[in-house]
Design a protein around this ligand. Structure first.
Ligand code: SF4
Ligand code: SF4
Length: 741
């Protein structure tokens, strides 16, 4: 070993020792912070599926690849990172001696070939990612950036380090070529040989270049160890765990559909026995999130995919799911020293720690602990109330997140505390909650008018109890029973079911609100009350039937989601379908025959709770396709024209998450944004599959005074027009679609 190698070896091992020590300390700190969260025993079951999903999502990049170029580039960088680790390991042999290399595999030409090409592709990919970051930088003139609010230097730093380390790999190999110590032939390592042709015959160059490579790598490790909230770097390690422990490992997208039940100490809350002085009601402090919540916040890569899809952010509201996650993460880590010293408030608001315990806690951590989780900027709040209440729970953020963060659950958990304990929520929603409690529907309509929609139909709508041999229980829903436009959909569906000979029955006055708006605004108490009542009624209606015969058809995706995905939490197991699924089946099996092509072009707006939350994308399109072609292949003028944001990436109408019952005072109205997109397709008909979407989009059209150009109408009504054109008399288009109304 020459004198240069003695120096390079000492320096390499010294900086490595410091970096490893800091990294171990950082990992211990992160584990300690994540362990501050509440228990969640549901995350450990079905380890086989969890492992399979985790491997598919990481090694296969199944979620990232939906963003094709970025996904592919990120995959090569990820693989490059693994290779990079081997090459960094190799550098430790090279600082000791210029002819050094990895034992065993180091001499294999195949190892040289694979590492050479992965490093080349890694360089190309990281340059692509840097270019994408630069092109989308928040400071570029005009346009929105998904990186707005992300810590840009961290992204550039991480990408710069990867690029530099990969380049240094070729410099090292180049010096080996130039000094005739290179093991691999030209065919296995062409770029290394080319670089070698440019470098001098300087033996020490190998060890010096290897030291530079180690210093760059260890500087990276030191920087991330000193910045435990640097998600853009830490997600490389945390993403595996976050994906493994996701809520629904077998589901297409975890964290959509049902909400998590309210829990205290890891157990679902029983409202008959729950006590706000000893049980946790929602989340009021960051440590009241579960450990998985804290792991979510730590894993965020700051990529901003969620932000780019969020309807609130895209209409100039203060909510960005990314910024919300980052605020919670930064707050958790800033407050952690106080919590780890034993600090924290009990459920009555009393400090748990003694003065002696807190004596050595940093003043900044003590100040952070005083911040309310929900509060305005003047109050020093971590999350502004306008942020919390802007969410429509549309799930676009959850759908897009490459590391499976469950934003909607966290938002609703914070709402739960605000509503149940603080009674703090947009006041206009109070009327809806009172109506739910007192009348069983958000409009406060008298219960004895629930069946009014049946008046004037030329057939009898049977009630459960009057008939036993029904195949489907038709869940009408509050909108379907009380709201004028939705009533037309209800009548259209009933007419089509009757036409197809489907045996169905309604609950009539026995039905109450499914509880969706109460649950999503955070009033779990009212939800439980309504849901329990409905589960009891439904269990009675289906008494003696096995689950496969307890079939429900619902026209409202919110009811469809709640009955199908959430009533199971309360002992109600049913087979629930959306009316578009049943209608698609009836058309496919020839029970309904469209005869009249629908002209003028049709576009379809995916309701969030039907599409993204429950993956029902094809059936409504199949129904519309059959109506447009008139069943015999004769194509209606215009056909089905997709909006740019459709299916998984559909844009919310603005009504979900109980936003239907709140005023929209900030930014552009979400429904107007969506209507503009629909109108830009040139279609005459905007088909919907949800009464709330119908209301929102109709309001949007009316607000633009565009009722003459475009018609918003349910898929069922479009089909009815095609199946029974004789039952669509004059009047406005929307009225024409009504069977008798
Ligand atoms: S659920 Fe929808 S509205 Fe709420 S934060 Fe996510 S993307 Fe935004
Ligand atoms: S999509 Fe996920 S990882 Fe990306 S910024 Fe949003 S929360 Fe973070």
């Amino acid at each position: 070993m020459g004198s240069v190698q003695i120096v390079t070896t000492i320096l390499a091992f010294a900086i490595t020792a410091v970096a490893v020590w800091l990294a171990v300390r950082a990992v211990m700190k992160m584990v300690a912070v994540i362990r501050l969260g509440q228990p969640d025993p549901t995350r450990f079951g079905d380890k086989g599926t969890r492992t399979k999903t985790m491997l598919a999502e990481t090694a296969g990049h199944t979620r990232m690849l939906r963003w094709s170029v970025v996904g592919a580039a990120h995959w090569f960088v990820m693989v490059g990172f693994v290779v990079l680790s081997l090459l960094v390991l190799e550098a430790y042999f090279e600082v000791v001696t210029p002819t050094g290399g990895l034992p065993l595999v180091g001499n294999w030409a195949i190892y040289g070939l694979v590492t050479e090409w992965l490093a080349i592709l890694g360089i190309v990919s990281i340059l692509v990612l840097i270019a994408i970051r630069l092109r989308n930088r928040p400071t570029r003139p005009g346009g929105k950036s998904r990186f707005t609010g992300s810590t840009m230097w961290q992204g550039y730093f991480v990408e710069g380090v990867i690029l530099a380390v990969l380049i240094m790999g070729f410099v090292i190999r180049g010096f080996k070529v130039a000094t005739d110590h290179f093991e691999y032939p030209v065919w296995a390592a062409p770029l290394s040989h080319a670089v070698g042709g440019l470098l001098p015959n300087w033996e020490t160059g190998v060890s010096v270049a290897a030291l530079v490579k180690i210093v760059i790598s260890m500087t990276w490790l030191i920087v991330i160890a000193l910045n435990v909230t640097m998600g853009v770097a830490w997600h490389r390690f945390l993403a595996f765990f976050n994906i493994f422990f996701k809520r629904d490992p077998g589901a297409n997208v975890s964290g959509l559909g049902a909400l998590r039940p309210m829990t205290s100490q890891g157990k679902p809350l029983d409202f008959e026995e729950a006590d706000p002085e000893s049980d946790q009601f929602g989340v009021a402090q960051v440590e009241q999130f579960t450990w998985k919540g804290l792991l979510d916040f730590s894993t965020c890569t700051e990529c901003g995919r969620c932000q780019s899809q969020c309807p609130a952010w895209n209409t100039a509201k203060p909510l960005s799911p990314k910024l919300l996650v980052l605020s919670l993460r930064d707050h958790a880590y800033a407050k952690a020293p106080y919590l780890l010293a034993g600090g924290g408030k009990d459920l009555t608001g009393e400090e748990k720690a003694t003065a002696a315990q807190l004596a050595h806690v940093d003043v900044l951590a003590l100040a952070e602990a005083e911040r309310p989780l929900i509060g305005t900027a003047e109050e020093g709040g971590v999350i502004d109330p306008d942020v919390l209440w802007s969410c429509t729970t549309c799930g676009a953020c959850v759908e897009q997140c490459p590391v499976d963060i469950e934003h909607v659950d966290h938002i609703v958990d914070m709402r739960r505390y605000q509503v149940l304990i603080e009674s703090s929520f947009p006041s206009e929603a109070g009327v809806m909650l009172r109506n739910l409690e007192n009348k069983g529907n958000p409009w406060g309509a008298p219960q004895n008018t629930r069946e009014d929609w049946t008046k004037g139909l030329d057939f009898e709508v049977p009630r459960v109890g009057e008939v036993d041999d029904f195949e489907y229980l038709f869940w009408v829903g509050c909108a379907g029973a009380f709201e004028d436009r939705a009533k037309k959909t209800t009548r259209a569906v009933a007419t089509l079911l009757n036409e197809a000979g489907v045996k169905f029955a309604i609950l009539g006055e026995g039905e109450t609100c499914s509880g969706d708006p109460a649950r999503r605004i955070g009033n779990e108490f009212v939800f439980q009350m309504l849901a329990q009542q409905n589960v009891e009624t439904l269990n009675e209606a289906f008494e003696g039937r096995e689950k496969s015969k307890r079939k429900i058809v619902a026209t409202c995706p919110h009811c469809f989601n709640t009955l199908g995905n959430e009533y199971g939490q309360l002992g109600g197991e049913f087979e629930v379908v959306h009316h578009t699924q049943l209608l698609a089946h009836l058309v496919a099996t020839g029970k309904l025959t469209p005869v009249q092509p629908v002209d003028g072009g049709v576009t379809y707006h995916d309701p969030c709770y039907l599409g993204r939350h429950n993956r029902v994308f094809a059936p409504p399109r199949e129904v519309l396709g059959s109506a447009i072609s008139g069943g015999d292949g004769a194509s209606g003028d215009g056909g089905l024209i997709e909006m740019p944001r459709n299916s998984e990436r559909s844009f919310c109408c603005g009504a979900g998450g109980a936003r239907m019952w709140m005023e929209e005072k900030i930014g552009k109205r979400i429904n107007v944004d969506r209507v503009e997109e629909a109108m830009a397709t040139g279609a005459r008909t905007v088909a919907v599959g949800c009464p709330f979407c119908s209301t929102m989009l109709n309001d949007g059209v009316n607000g633009k005074e565009a009722g003459e150009q475009v018609e918003v109408v349910d898929v069922a009504s479009v089909l009815l027009r095609s199946v029974k054109p004789d039952q669509a008399p004059g009047g406005t288009d929307t009225e024409r679609l009504s069977v008798a109304g």
